[in-house]
Write a protein that binds this ligand. Structure first.
Ligand code: IVH
Length: 454
């Protein structure tokens, strides 16, 4: 009986992660934060370790990502695109290194060199070059099979179309991350929940002309299939990438010893808010390729690399009020006024609720006790509410049918990019009829952003 209950509990977690995977990889929306996703994945792995009787046929631990969508032609990766194991604590790093030394029968006191590369939170892509020419570009898909998104990737300026260097391999799949800078995301924030969704959505446009409009960037960090690559280690490979015309992460370094890895991790975490793209951790890779080869892979992740994730800052507080703010484009953004609370050294009294759909999905109500997250320099947001602590007289929140500023009807439009009804509700007034829109337009007109972007 107990076994049945455990299987049921496990299946529930699997169903949940499948739903999140589908949203993340196929529909370009993430229902939960990365930290919560990682936690759920960790719980599943712990269940599998603890209860060996489980039916694990749907386990996500042997899968990478989600199946490619039907919009694009599917193509097999000649070398699979693997995932990375996660580390959260110093102890996880100690264990990672211990396993490597054991596997290679190295002395405990020996030193291993690693590249430490900030982990960009974007969309990975694999670019095939034949005789120096960019000939095919694939998304990761499920790791084995990706989508042919060559024409969309071709619109990205950071992706060299032809490489004229004697040393460039005859054939190679260059892999890296497609992303959007936070400053560029500001112009798109009405359409997408975060920069990652914006990058994913535009990369998977059917019409490359639409992709072209969005300033996507590309940073290279590894390779898949290769013929003729003459490099012996990752740090030299990263140097070669820049010589060949690719962008690499300027914060990449070569490092060794867990204490030094921790020091660098803390330094980069502090810089996180000043960097113009989202990073969610540091990737460590054993520098020496011969060592990497000997170490090989476990299930879907290499033994020679790990992602050291940044912790997110969370706290619990009460929602005092839900205020609707009217933006320059007429978008109505709900903001939760919360009982002021210290989150990682910053007093937070407002948290964004993103849009109407988000409130409905999470059933967020005035008076609720909520988990609030503040990550990097992004506006704090509500992760979840505690239904058990809900006040008896609480009422479901209804989004205003009229603009709180001018009283015009509020509407939801059809989004041409996502092909769905927008999650954002807007004030339907036109021109300068709505005072709040006019003020926000004027504010924007005289702002630094307007001057920089025009
Ligand atoms: S290496 C086998 N290097 O992290 C090595 N990945 O969870 C696999 N990522 O799918 C990738 N920055 O989207 C690598 N410097 C970096 C990275 C990086 C970001 C992403 C990538 C990958 C995911 C792994």
């Amino acid at each position: 009986m107990k076994k049945k209950l455990i299987q049921k509990e496990y299946d529930k977690k699997i169903k949940l992660i499948q739903r999140y995977n589908k949203g993340y990889y196929e529909e370009n929306n993430s229902e939960i934060s990365d930290a919560d996703y990682d936690l759920l994945k960790k719980e599943i792995i712990e269940f599998e370790k603890k209860y060996n009787f489980l039916n694990k046929s749907n386990s996500p631990t042997g899968q990478v990502g989600y199946k490619p969508s039907k919009n694009f032609k599917k193509v097999l990766h000649r070398v699979p695109m693997l995932s990375l194991g996660n580390a959260f604590t110093e102890n996880d790093l100690v264990n990672f290194e211990k396993k490597i030394k054991n596997f290679l029968s190295l002395d405990e006191s020996s030193s291993i060199s690693y590249t430490a590369e900030p982990k960009i939170d974007g969309i990975s892509a694999s670019l095939t070059y034949i005789n120096g020419e960019f000939s095919k570009g694939l998304s990761r898909g499920d790791g084995k099979e990706g989508e042919d998104i060559t024409s969309n990737l071709s619109t990205i300026e950071d992706i060299p179309k032809f490489i004229n260097s004697k040393e460039f391999p005859q054939e190679i799949d260059i892999r890296g991350e497609v992303f959007i800078q936070n400053s560029d995301f500001q112009k798109l924030k009405d359409k997408f929940a975060n920069p990652r969704n914006a990058a994913s959505g535009s990369l998977r446009q059917k019409d490359p002309e639409q992709t072209k409009k969005i300033p996507l960037k590309f940073i290279a960090y590894t390779f898949g299939y290769e013929k003729g690559l003459i490099v012996n280690n990752q740090s030299d490979f990263l140097k070669k990438l820049t010589e060949w015309g690719f962008k690499t992460n300027p914060l990449n370094i070569l490092n060794s010893g867990v204490k030094n890895l921790m020091k660098n991790y803390q330094e980069v975490e502090k810089k996180r808010a000043d960097i113009d793209f989202d990073i969610d951790g540091i990737v460590y890779k054993v520098n020496d390729f011969a060592m990497q080869k000997r170490l090989g892979n476990v299930a879907n992740a290499p033994r020679w690399a790990i992602a050291h994730k940044f912790s997110s800052n969370k706290a619990i507080s009460q929602i005092l009020e839900i205020e609707i703010q009217v933006g320059r484009t007429g978008a109505l953004t709900p903001v939760a006024k919360i009982k002021p609370i210290n989150i990682g050294g910053v007093i937070v009294s407002n948290a964004t609720l993103h849009n109407e759909d988000e409130i409905n999905r999470k059933d967020i109500r005035v008076g609720d006790t909520a988990v609030i997250e503040r990550a990097g320099d992004v506006i704090p947001h509500i992760l979840s509410v505690d239904i058990k602590k809900r006040l008896k007289n609480s009422k479901k929140f209804t989004f205003p049918a009229n603009c709180p500023s001018c009283g015009s009807k509020t509407i939801k439009e059809f989004n041409k990019i996502t092909k769905k009804i927008d999650a954002v509700r807007r004030c339907s007034s036109e021109g300068y009829y709505c005072d709040k829109i006019s003020i926000e337009k004027l504010k924007h007109f005289v702002s630094k952003e307007a001057f920089i972007n025009s």
